[in-house]
Design a protein. Structure first.
Length: 249
């Protein structure tokens, strides 16, 4: 197989896994390779403990992706995955990342304060089912609860702890995606991502709620494909400072 022109790396939501992106290649050009991140504690990594802090998770993913940066990377993250994708973009060297695509989550500096007490297991599962990402009947099954809860709890603790005081600014194009009826993020939350880039910012609002990307998969991936096709060439060049980025040509 020839080397791809671009790798689209997808980061799932809290409690989610890479299966969400399994059909995306059918909507993309053949020279775009889709990679999906599997966080510890789910699917093929079910035996591994979950990671409940952003820094070690982003560091781990960044190290793995640095070996795939022989061609430019575009990072797409949904919900919690938007924050993880952003932190990975900050860490990757030089021009490895051509674009950051964030979905259904406020920018880091616009996140509300965490609740005083962490939610109970039932509250976590109820919230997850209410957003439409998982069939409530599955979450009601005791065996499924036992499989889902450790990863979901770790992800939720990560989100509770993640409040960067001075988020880094990247110099790559950023596009924000949102479902028009999303109860967790609105247009002002999405627009705040513009504060974190000097490489240009755009938005796209699609029909649906927090998991709009399931029914609107074709529309979302088609829009992303068109935007990625317009990117200028960028070569992966390692630099001494992992947070340094180069201006768009």
């Amino acid at each position: 197989m020839p080397r791809p022109r671009l790798r689209l790396v997808c980061f799932p939501h809290a409690g989610g896994g890479p299966h969400l992106f399994r059909t995306w290649p059918s909507h993309l050009p053949e020279d775009v390779e889709v990679l999906a991140v599997c966080y510890p504690g789910r699917q093929d990594r079910l035996s591994e403990p979950g990671i409940d802090r952003m820094e070690p998770l982003a560091d781990l993913i960044s190290r793995a992706l640095s070996e795939r940066a022989d061609v430019p990377l575009a990072l797409f993250g949904h919900s919690m995955g938007a924050l993880v994708a952003y932190e990975v973009a900050v860490r990757l060297p030089g021009d490895a990342v051509s674009a950051l695509l964030v979905s259904a989550h406020p920018a880091p500096h616009r996140m509300p304060p965490p609740s005083a007490e962490p939610p109970t297991d039932d509250e976590l599962l109820h919230a997850m089912a209410g957003l439409g990402g998982t069939d409530p009947a599955l979450l009601a099954h005791e065996g499924m609860r036992d499989l889902v809860l450790p990863a979901l709890r770790a992800d939720h603790e990560l989100l509770r702890a993640y409040r960067p005081r001075n988020p880094a600014v990247v110099d790559i194009p950023v596009t924000g995606y949102l479902g028009e009826d999303d109860p967790l993020a609105g247009p002002p939350d999405l627009a705040a991502w513009a504060d974190l880039t000097t490489g240009g910012f755009g938005t796209c609002v699609l029909p649906g709620g927090h998991f709009y990307l399931v029914p609107a998969e074709r529309e979302l991936v088609t829009d992303m494909s068109a935007r990625l096709a317009q990117l200028p060439p960028r070569l992966a060049r390692p630099r001494s400072d992992p947070r340094e980025t180069s201006p768009c040509p």
